[in-house]
Design a protein around this ligand. Sequence first.
Ligand SMILES: Cc1cc2nc3c(=O)[nH]c(=O)nc-3n(C[C@H](O)[C@H](O)[C@H](O)COP(=O)(O)OP(=O)(O)OC[C@H]3O[C@@H](n4cnc5c(N)ncnc54)[C@H](O)[C@@H]3O)c2cc1C
Length: 80
Amino acid sequence: MYVAGQGVTGVASMAKLKAGRLARQVPDACLQFWGGMGYMWENRVGRAYRDARLSSIGGGADEIMLGIISKYMGIAPRKE
Ligand SMILES: Cc1cc2nc3c(=O)[nH]c(=O)nc-3n(C[C@H](O)[C@H](O)[C@H](O)COP(=O)(O)OP(=O)(O)OC[C@H]3O[C@@H](n4cnc5c(N)ncnc54)[C@H](O)[C@@H]3O)c2cc1C
């Protein structure tokens, strides 16, 4: 879409929101599977659990993505 000259802000925001949520969900499920070992600092699952958490905050938090998406969809609350 970008190469074709189309606007991508809406779909890019959707992709970032989804990626951020998945990056929280997947390590969380892995940590649960590993149990206490997954929680240990030196375990890669525990590291992924903490590190991936940033993706829903950095570069525009999930709530900001939701705001952008709702504006692009024309459903953002507006002041009368
Ligand atoms: C490890 C790390 C590396 C970083 N690297 C960089 C970097 O290289 N370059 C850079 O520029 N920045 C960097 N940052 C900063 C990062 O971009 C900010 O943390 C991010 O933009 C969120 O801002 P904030 O931390 O001030 O949180 P806030 O903006 O205070 O957000 C806190 C909470 O309030 C919510 N919120 C904020 N505004 C609204 C709103 N209008 N509506 C609804 N909810 C809202 C957020 O969604 C979030 O849940 C880094 C941060 C970390 C932790």
